[in-house]
Design a protein around this ligand. Structure first.
Ligand code: F6P
Length: 310
């Protein structure tokens, strides 16, 4: 997000606009927590994880009165357009806000979950998957040396993108996804098949939002049926959301921030900027939100993950 904030600020200034940062997202908008941004205010942040502007969930902004109050704060500050970076909640807030009040908004998809329509990749996804793969590689050393069965839980409350991606890149034997039900029986069959195929260690990637619950629960259920396995669980948790962004994410953030700022200054409204087939594209906020729940895991990736696990 910092690389993206930097790009928005510098593009705006390059175009002759004044750029104001809003601290803590919609919460800060309600509180009138603004800060003037110049080129130097975003120096040396491209390599930093997190966001210098900070973020917050804001219940009041979910009400019409709250949004009205927030709009008043923007008017007082002389703010004439918004670039919002975030996930589904940010997009929903932006959609309602720009429909109700006279303020143009352009959104940038920022979430490690990679579950937003309109962009092949969301900000943070590449960095998060690289962090996860580093962890899996390290865990594999123990799994292989001690002939163990590891269950590794990765983030993704509603999205299996991280799980499927790292399952393939980390050579997992099985992947549990929120979007596709895998029964414990089927999982056990996969593990048994691996053993028959002379696999001595196994890694199962468990997406946080899978239907069985946490990796501990999955491991316990499997262990009840297959007690012979030496079973271990690792939950990677929030370390997946931090850290210095990958080069890919920094470039993506810069391209999307540049495009969003230019779109806003060129008069666009209620749009999402995204990268599709390596081209910057605009998608209407309505389309982005309407298609948000469509299944995004490609069939070939699912098939590849199965073929590679034999
Ligand atoms: O929405 C992105 C996400 O990373 C999910 O995958 C995860 O479930 C959630 O955020 C965790 O959010 P929080 O830090 O608020 O618990």
């Amino acid at each position: 997000m910092n690389a993206c904030i930097r790009a928005v600020v510098r593009t705006g200034i390059f175009r002759g606009a004044s750029v104001v940062g809003i601290n803590h997202g919609y919460q800060g908008m309600m509180e009138g927590s603004f800060r003037d941004m110049d080129s130097r205010s975003v120096s040396n942040i491209i390599q930093l994880g997190g966001t210098i502007l900070k973020t917050a969930r804001c219940k009041e902004f979910q009400t019409k009165e709250g949004r009205k109050f927030a709009f008043g704060q923007l008017v007082k500050e002389g703010i004439e357009g918004l670039v919002a970076i975030g996930g589904d909640g940010t997009f929903r807030g932006a959609e309602e806000f720009s429909r109700e009040f006279d303020i143009p908004v352009v959104c940038i998809p920022g979430t490690i979950d990679n579950d937003l329509y309109g962009s092949d990749f969301t900000l943070g996804y590449d960095t998060a998957t690289n962090t996860v793969i580093e962890a899996i590689d390290k865990i594999r050393d123990t799994a292989a040396s001690h002939d163990r069965l590891f269950f590794i839980e990765v983030m993704g409350r509603d999205s299996g993108c991280i799980a499927l991606n790292v399952g393939i890149s980390g050579g997992a034997e099985a992947i549990l996804l929120p979007e596709k039900e895998t029964s414990i029986e089927d999982l056990c069959k996969l593990l048994e098949r691996g053993e028959k195929g002379k696999k001595s260690s196994t890694i199962v990637i468990v997406a946080e939002g899978n239907s069985h619950g946490s990796a501990y629960i999955v491991a316990e259920k499997v262990w009840q049926q297959l007690p012979k396995y030496d079973t271990k669980v690792t939950i990677l948790g929030h370390l997946q959301r931090g850290g210095s962004p990958s080069s890919f994410d920094r470039v993506l953030a810069t391209r999307l921030g540049y495009a969003a700022c230019n779109a806003l200054l060129n008069g666009e409204n209620r749009q999402v900027v995204g990268l599709r087939a390596n081209q910057i594209k605009l998608t209407s906020l309505e389309d982005a939100l309407d298609n948000n729940n469509s299944f995004r895991l490609s069939d070939d990736m699912l098939e590849i993950s199965k073929v590679m696990s034999i």
